[in-house]
Design a protein around this ligand. Sequence first.
Ligand SMILES: [Zn+2]
Ligand SMILES: [Zn+2]
Length: 430
Amino acid sequence: MCHTGEDMELMAGSSSMADMDMEFDKNVPRVCGVCGDRATGFHFNAMTCEGCKGFFRRSMKRKAVFTCPFNGECRITKDNRRHCQACRLKRCLNIGMMKEFILTDEEVQRKRDLIMKRKEEEAMKESQRPRLGEDHQKIIDILLEAHHKTYDPSYSDFTNFRPPVREFPESSAHSSSVQTQNFSSEDSLDLLDSFPDSGEPNFFSYLLFNEESNDGPPEAASSSQLSMLPHLADLVSYSIQKVVGFAKMIPGFRDLTTEDQIALLKSSAIEIIMLRSNQSFTLEDMSWTCGSNDFKYKINDVTQAGHNMELLEPLVKFQISLKKLDLHEEEHVLLMAICIVSPDRAGVQDTSLVEAIQDRLSDTLQTYIMCKHPPSLATTCIYPKMIQKLADLRSLSEEHSKQNRCLSFQPEHSMKLTPLILEIFGNEIS
Ligand SMILES: [Zn+2]
Ligand SMILES: [Zn+2]
């Protein structure tokens, strides 16, 4: 890097903090105090043009002594400023220019070094910034494709489930629509806190236990009890199959033994269903909106599937806070994969292999966030927040299986579940 003499002057001229600060004072007229030319800022403690700045600096460095060829009272202007160095310099000193403000050669060198060093540091930082490698990108691409193959955002398959039956349309409107529709999501969240634990039937359990109504009208079969269970049981059963399909495509998952694959899926399925359902969750009315109104699920619908607020309140809060993280789809699919491949799940044999697969996924997620998710007010510490969501899911899953267990002790409900649900969640009972 080569500096011309003028560069050096510029650097030396606007050196002190006092100079810098005053450069930005809009009230100071931008006229050279020496010659009246257009000023470029404060130089050596006074507002001057570039010409007078250089003149003062050169004169001081040379320790020059000038003599006025006239009467020592020359009026310095832009045009005549070269004619009398003595009066020009006198004028410089009169308006307050000080040689103490001039950098010595060593100071100039030090300053130049500092600028160089800063540039080098920046280049170093840039080169050390984590980059999304090909292997990371490949994992992400595979997971995105896996998700797209197993999550249908049109929800068109939902018409194949046993139809949703909403037993208490009025109370449903009262507890969900009316209460939430006039409030912001924050208000709705507060309302959830005061939501009465009515002991009404529950959502996911309801989902899990409906098998009965394959023949015969659901109204007759379920009466006022768990009318949403058949539909939601089919939905959960369907979702489990999709989760299994997704898991099988996670890079490394198939390297695990069948036993470990099953152990991982059994313990994570409900958590993944909760996670992926965030895609349909809407903050506007706190519902899972899967297409038409028939497939718009509010809290009350889930209570009509056998689950109570012990599960639903934290579940909805979880959905809200996850939604507010506003994850990229890449992060969403990585989070699901990390959740599935957790070495600490019950029944896992080869924990070190599971851990290795999960580590690679976590590493991919962290690198992705560093490279592609610049921090903003809403997304600071997004990785730890995502990991916290995994912990939240554990306690949601625990509450879910607790409520499931209660349902399973009631044959009239457990018979409504699908075989897959009984198989997947069956072990939780033991
Ligand atoms: Zn001037
Ligand atoms: Zn003069």
